[in-house]
Design a binder for this molecule. Sequence first.
Ligand SMILES: Nc1ncnc2c1ncn2[C@@H]1O[C@H](COP(=O)(O)OP(=O)(O)OP(=O)(O)O)[C@@H](O)[C@H]1O
Ligand SMILES: N[C@@H](CCO)C(=O)O
Length: 293
Amino acid sequence: MTFVIGPVAVRVPASSANLGPGFDALGLALDLHDEISAEVVDAGLEIRVTGEGRDGVPLDETHLVVRAMHAAFDLLGGRPPGLRLSCTNAIPHGRGLGSSAAAIVGGVLLARALVAGGDELLDDAAAFQLTVDLEGHPDNVAAAFFGGLTIAWVDGAAAAVERLDTDVAVTVFVPPSAVSTEKARGLLPESVPHRDAAVNAGRAALLVAALTGAPHRLISATEDRLHQSYRAEAMPDSYKLLRALRVEGVPTIISGAGPTVLAFARGVADAAPQGWSVHELDVDQAGAQVVSG
Ligand SMILES: Nc1ncnc2c1ncn2[C@@H]1O[C@H](COP(=O)(O)OP(=O)(O)OP(=O)(O)O)[C@@H](O)[C@H]1O
Ligand SMILES: N[C@@H](CCO)C(=O)O
């Protein structure tokens, strides 16, 4: 195999998973992006990070983008002698906005772009499968990879995705501290009452309709009984804001594993607790894009 020296760059969107009832299935790509560039060098590993995570992420082979790149290089046929990486991050870490998915999707697409003929050696289906294997569940990586509204699932071990168009406008309320996905998943029960599962199945179906043409259904469609209340103890202020907005009739959910709160509305920024940041965002329609090479 032959490496492209580069640099190559990729732009990857943030994503909100679950969207209320669609646990581990629904994803929405958001107009907030990380940009990562990479080039092949003679030896070693050099990582430069600006923006989100600059004081927290490791600058060695355990860096998530590097781990994803190495996994992709291994599938493509071999690793380059050395790598130089530059990350400009806008997606906050550990907040439920798909930072890990963006890092994984970005890393896989960068590695593919750094190999001559990479697109044929690792097509989109195989690249998507790798991102799901690395992330462990498909919802965020599906939206980050393909943009728009995504329904993703895993059949046996095989990941699949259906992408839909939506132009819903959202407001995200981002608290100052993180809750890791690992911790939030640890709060979920092994089993749930049948009636709760039934409510979620109906609302998840309704949510797809609401986001693709029936927005007046959003308040009913965003009800969840499978994860948000179980995780409230790890993010009490987020849960309080969620309840307050919903009581006002604003369709609101916990984004991904939290603690970010997402409202399918504009003009609600004033509801933000002190110290939180607020972003009014549109849907990213393009998904991850290799922007130079
Ligand atoms: N751009 C990045 N570069 C390096 N590491 C990253 C990057 N983004 C995320 N990570 C790693 O992933 C961790 C955050 O992943 P986690 O799954 O807990 O949260 P999230 O992906 O932001 O939220 P969610 O999965 O709920 O949307 C960070 O603490 C960091 O270790
Ligand atoms: N579906 C995932 C999204 C976070 O990665 C969860 O809620 O745990």
